[in-house]
Design a protein around this ligand. Structure first.
Ligand code: C5P
Length: 233
């Protein structure tokens, strides 16, 4: 199991609740994900402030643009000292290769670079509407192979895709999975959820958990419960 497999999603639109939450969390017990909403609201200063508290940050901005622009954005994200960042695999091989080159210049201190394959909000009909004839599973697999070919470190994948990708990809290819719930957690708007133990057993390396921790009465206790369920896997 990866060390600190829980990545807590900071789905907020201002700095105050973030700082209140992280004051209750131990950076030795979790990592944090900053996505488009929080980053658009608070920018790189917030990334620096959270990092200064000792947390590893997954900067979930899903870059998708021409290769030169994405490489530039990846360099700036790596300069911020984030632990992980991501791009859309559908941006293509050249874009991912340029992103990898930009990030690998940071040597041993470089962030992990992963890709999003097919957004889980897209079903077969949605793909058809944008000209993709493959079904979602085939497309996920195709884009994961392209990600691997570009030399990236892994992909974000749904719980439903984890087993397939773990079987198709080498052991060192990192799988990051959202949609994680314990039996006692509300599903919220997630359609298909999986338990933390099952997700790791299916081959995930890191689990993205939002509301079951951030909305808990005690986020620290909820995190401890996730971590103790995973201890020894
Ligand atoms: O609160 P919850 O645990 O549902 O949060 C899950 C996090 O993972 C959110 O930040 C969400 O945007 C993200 N995510 C997801 N499903 C995907 C990709 C990302 O839930 N397919």
């Amino acid at each position: 199991m990866a060390s600190k497999p829980i990545i807590i999603a900071l789905d907020y639109n201002s700095e105050k609740p973030v700082m209140e939450l992280i004051a209750q969390l131990d950076p030795a017990q979790c990592r944090l994900k900053i996505g488009k909403e929080l980053f658009t609201a608070c920018g790189p200063d917030l990334v620096r402030n959270v990092k200064a508290k000792g947390f590893d940050i997954f900067l979930d901005l899903k870059f998708h643009d021409i290769p030169n622009t994405v490489a530039g954005a990846c360099k700036v994200a790596a300069d911020l000292g984030v632990w992980m960042l991501n791009v859309h695999a559908s941006g293509g091989l050249a874009m991912m290769e340029k992103a990898r080159e930009a990030v690998h210049k940071f040597g041993d201190d470089r962030p992990l670079l992963i890709a999003v394959t097919v957004l889980t909000s897209l079903a077969a009909d949605d793909l058809k509407a944008v000209g993709v004839k493959a079904n979602p599973e085939e497309q996920v697999s195709k884009l994961a192979f392209l990600t691997r070919q570009a030399g990236l470190d892994g992909v974000v994948c749904s719980a439903a895709e984890t087993r397939l990708l773990r079987a198709q990809m080498p052991d060192d290819f990192c799988l990051v999975t959202p949609g994680i719930r314990r039996p006692e957690d509300a599903a919220n708007d997630q359609k298909r959820v999986v338990g933390p133990v099952e997700a790791l057993r299916n081959g995930s390396n890191y689990l993205v958990v939002g509301r079951p921790i951030t909305k808990a009465e005690s986020p620290a206790d909820a995190l401890a419960s996730f971590n103790s369920a995973l201890a020894g896997i």
